[in-house]
Design a binder for this molecule. Structure first.
Ligand code: C2O
Ligand code: CU
Length: 428
């Protein structure tokens, strides 16, 4: 199936998985999953399974450890997802353009333990598109955006549609799997018209339910939300972004069809089963998110390898760093030293400090970490693979170092990642 976006001139400008947006794949926890990836783009690509604790070889980061898949070539990803939840997948090369053109898919890992907890679920994929009036795409990366909060799309969609309407049976126990696959936008979610909607999973992982209202869903973050639909037909529930004073409606749910009277409504999921860090024994890692200049280590590297800095800088604008080490996205093949070296099975607490004036959704590959606390706000402790760190905020996350490998750690505002806010943790 090929499709165009509202206002778009043609499908040729979109890059899609199986000509679908969004492609939603369902699989089961602990069961073997295989994806045959054929690259029909004119540039190399990979698939990163965001949030899934895959074996290192399946992580889909170019050169770490598998080579990018060349145009016309194929690669088979196979793993058994150990955790249930709402995940997504995307390329890890030229990511700002690839995501900008629509390369993002949903991977739902079903949990047999969820059976019968909800009457229905909807998957809602949030993404804005950078469209010009003639329907073509505007630049995905701009210096002004990359150096600040990112370059925003103007066409706001849910599941590729502007303000879609979905239906739910009256009285139904509803589960929404909400994914933000945008590269920039950080909406504050609200469900107008729903009684007490609660977040029941963060980045796919069950949590103690907490009120949805105002929850910020940064790029790559997911929230599973549950509520009981109103009992009369024709009632409207609107998913909106309340970031500004005038809420921005994104999608509508309307009650229709036969009413359901749920006898027992337990709006929570069975507890997540993840390695809990031992906070007493944990080693602390200090991580500073900074506005950056070119990293001295990269300069040294360039000298040693006979590459002129100009050559690097030509495509490599550097606006950001992690602990003063900048690694721009397009320089995936020029690997700097790791930010930290960890021992598999040991517990760590990372203190993320944001020393910049912008928010950063920080993502660690291959691990699901426990968000422990914030210096600035009450944060319900929860599991995540991406955590939003606000300006001046210090956030503590705890995790058990997983499988050996070099695991990426970067901002998921892709323009920040592409301009330096990227590094990796080495687990041995
Ligand atoms: Cu979803 Cu390294 O990213
Ligand atoms: Cu950032």
């Amino acid at each position: 199936m090929s499709r165009t976006l509202p206002g778009n001139t043609g499908p040729s400008t979109l890059w899609l998985y199986n000509e679908n947006y969004p492609l939603v794949i369902r699989t089961k926890r602990n069961e073997p999953f295989t994806a045959e990836f054929h690259n029909e783009l004119r540039e190399h690509s990979t698939i990163h399974w965001h949030g899934v604790r895959v074996p290192y070889g399946m992580d889909g980061v170019p050169y770490m450890p598998h080579d990018p898949v060349k145009p016309g070539d194929s690669f088979t990803y196979h793993f058994s997802p150990p955790d249930p939840g709402t995940f997504f997948f995307h390329p890890h090369c030229n990511t700002v353009e690839a995501l900008g053109r629509g390369l993002a898919g949903v991977l739902i890992v079903e949990d047999p333990r969820d059976q019968g907890l909800f009457d229905l679920e909807h998957v809602l994929v949030l993404k804005d598109w950078r469209s010009r009036p003639d329907g073509s795409f505007a630049d995905f990366l701009t210096d002004g955006g990359a150096a600040r909060a990112g370059t925003f799309g103007d066409l706001r969609t849910v599941n590729g549609e502007v303000m879609p309407t979905l239906t739910v049976p009256p009285g139904a126990r509803v589960r929404l799997r909400i994914l933000n696959v945008d590269s920039t936008r950080i909406p504050m979610l609200n469900l107008r018209g729903a009684a007490n909607p609660v977040v029941i999973a963060t980045d796919g992982n069950a949590c103690d339910p907490f009120a949805l209202n105002g929850w910020r869903l940064g790029p790559a973050m997911r929230a599973d939300v549950a509520f009981i639909a109103p009992t009369k037909t024709g009632a409207e529930i609107v998913l909106e972004d309340v970031f500004s004073t005038r809420p921005r409606p994104l999608a509508k749910l309307v009650t229709a069809g036969d009413g359901l009277r749920s006898t027992k409504a337990v709006l929570r999921l069975p507890a997540a089963e993840l390695p809990m860090p031992d906070l007493k024994a944990a080693t602390t890692l200090d991580i500073q998110l900074l506005a950056g200049s070119l990293d001295p280590a990269l300069e040294t590297w360039a000298k040693q390898n006979g590459v002129s800095i100009d050559e690097l800088c030509l495509t490599q604008k550097v606006f950001w760093s992690i602990n003063r080490q900048a690694w721009p996205g397009a320089a995936h093949d020029r690997k700097p030293p790791p930010l930290f070296e960890l021992k598999s099975g040991k517990s760590y607490v990372a203190e993320l400090f944001n020393g910049t004036p912008h928010q950063h959704p920080m993502h660690l590959h291959g691990h699901t970490f426990r968000v422990l606390s914030s210096s600035e706000r009450d944060l319900p402790p929860h599991w995540a693979d991406t955590v939003l760190v606000r300006p001046k905020e210090r956030i503590r996350i705890g995790f058990v170092a997983g499988q050996p490998g070099d695991w990426m750690f970067h901002c998921h505002i892709i323009e920040h990642q592409e301009t330096g806010m990227m590094g990796y943790l080495r687990v041995t």
